[in-house]
Design a protein around this ligand. Structure first.
Ligand code: SIN
Length: 488
């Protein structure tokens, strides 16, 4: 595929280790495919255990000096990196759309969002505070300082190839950690492009290392190597659990941003236009492939038909197609297997009595990675769309009688990342927000992601928070120092 860039130097295909671009030891590569048309964009290094071990050693060596940079020095470098990312937003967006499929406008939004984490943590690096604590004896003093965790390993997903990486890299670097990253093999080019920009602004060699390749080998080295003190992962709950187990042997800290099953509750006193707008945004962003995408619409029975009618009208305004084409709002899913998984969800729901509302003609002539958006009316809790994360443009609509039932249905899941509800009643806002077992609650709002807010879930959606002032804590250790002999 001929990807036209203003700066072709951003399209890298080698691994980035200790400030150098390197092939895999055995020269093996893997193809990066455009999901909209199946074309190979380029091939990247297929690294394994040895290369990962070298990257970890590079990060260990670099950390010895990086941790002594002042907060301002680290912040200034991050700031330059943020600025250069925005300067190259057009190229970065094109790379992202080519490898991930999302519409170009959405890709641009992701680059700005991802860069926003770097800007945020460039500033937060100066706000790492310690404590003094009242001591139990008069000749003692207690002081707590915060220090970087050390070498951090990151594993990031294909749905946000830029922002999920910056959300980990920025706080790690701000805190004084160095990093080894494994982006998804499906979408490594965005990661390599921002590594190139980091190199250009002078982030020292070894502070950021990025490799692609044999996932099991890279993951096993990251989780077993004692030099790595922390693993940060964004991906499925299933893989997250395996990684936690693997990290147990060396007692690594972990941050896990795992799966969701977001309910979107519409009460009968809601502003229905606002609810439809919020549902469209939170359901169809990135073709439904985000962990915070609405998974289940729960609509009060008295307004069910009215809501579905308005939602259907809004859905008709979506345009499915290649992310590079003008006016497209829904791109392909990441691969044909992912699209088939979503079709299986639809078939299961229909077999159990759901009625689909869709226009199959919108995918005519497109690859089998494309799916027409679907509303499933008459959805019931025995369907897989109630219990499992769909990760596609499918909107099952369930009905509920009252507030109590809405909260029960919403909480009837093992995970708890994001949830949404619409109502104009102030008492209900507090009752429902407090009753929902989720880390993130959108109230009369369908878009909740931004660098200033703590992103993360409860239950099997993970542990830790990314973004916000809390985001630094995941990369800092507290050291307690007790000073004695003061009275002598
Ligand atoms: C995710 O899907 O994991 C993240 C989505 C977001 O940052 O909004």
């Amino acid at each position: 595929m001929d990807l036209k860039l203003n700066d072709p130097g951003l399209l890298r295909h080698q691994a980035f280790v200790n400030g150098e671009w390197l092939d895999a030891d055995d020269q093996q590569t893997l193809d990066v495919i455009n999901p909209a048309n199946g074309q190979v964009i380029t091939s990247v290094a297929r690294c394994g255990t040895q290369e990962t071990r070298r990257a970890i050693s590079a990060a260990e060596a670099a950390q010895k000096t990086w941790k002594h940079y002042t907060a301002r020095q680290r912040g200034d470098l991050l700031r330059s990196w943020f600025e250069v990312m925005l300067e190259h937003i057009d190229d970065l967006s094109r790379i992202l759309t080519a490898e991930q499929g999302k519409p170009l406008a959405e890709a641009k939004g992701e680059i700005a969002y991802g860069a926003g984490y770097i800007e945020w943590f460039a500033e937060e690096s100066k706000r790492i505070y310690g404590d003094t604590i009242a001591a139990p004896d008069s000749d003692k003093r207690i002081v707590c300082i915060k220090q970087p965790v050390g070498v951090v390993a990151c594993i990031t997903p294909w749905n946000f190839p830029n922002a999920m990486l910056t959300r980990k890299l920025a706080p790690a670097l701000a805190a004084g950690c160095t990093v080894v990253c494994k982006p998804a093999n499906a979408t490594p080019l965005s990661a390599y492009a921002i590594a190139e920009l980091a190199r250009r602004v002078g982030i020292p060699d070894g502070v950021i290392n990025i490799l692609t390749g044999v996932t099991a080998e890279i993951g096993a080295e990251m989780t077993s190597n004692p030099v790595v003190r922390k693993l940060s992962f964004t991906g499925s709950t299933e893989v997250g659990k395996q990684l936690i187990e693997q990290c147990a042997a060396t007692v690594k800290r972990t941050s896990m941003e795992l799966g969701g099953n977001a309910p979107f509750i519409v009460f009968d006193d809601a502003d229905l236009d606002a609810a439809v707008e919020g549902a469209m945004l939170s359901k169809f962003r990135n073709a439904g492939q985000t962990c915070v995408c609405t998974n289940r619409l729960l609509v009060q029975e008295t307004i069910y038909d009215e809501f579905v009618q308005r939602f259907q009208k809004a859905m008709a305004g979506l345009t499915v197609g290649d992310g590079f084409a003008e006016g497209v709002t829904i791109g392909p899913l990441i691969d044909a297997g992912a699209a088939q998984d979503v079709r299986d969800f639809i078939d299961d729901a229909i077999a159990k009595g759901a009625i689909p509302i869709t226009d199959a003609s919108v995918t005519q002539g497109l690859a089998d990675t494309f799916l027409a958006p679907v509303i499933l009316t008459g959805a019931t809790p025995d369907m897989r769309v109630f219990s499992d994360e769909i990760f596609g443009p499918v909107a099952p609509v369930f009905s509920f009688k009252d507030e109590k039932e809405a909260i029960e249905l919403a909480n009837d899941t093992d995970v708890g990342l994001a949830c949404y509800f619409y109502t104009r009643d102030i008492g209900r806002i507090w009752r429902v927000a407090e009753g929902l077992e989720y880390g993130i609650v959108g109230i009369n709002e369908g878009i909740i992601s931004n660098p200033m807010a703590p992103f993360g879930g409860v239950k099997e959606s993970g542990q830790g928070r990314e973004g916000s002032r809390y985001g630094l804590d995941d990369y800092l250790e507290i050291k307690y120092m007790c000073m004695g002999g003061i009275d002598q």
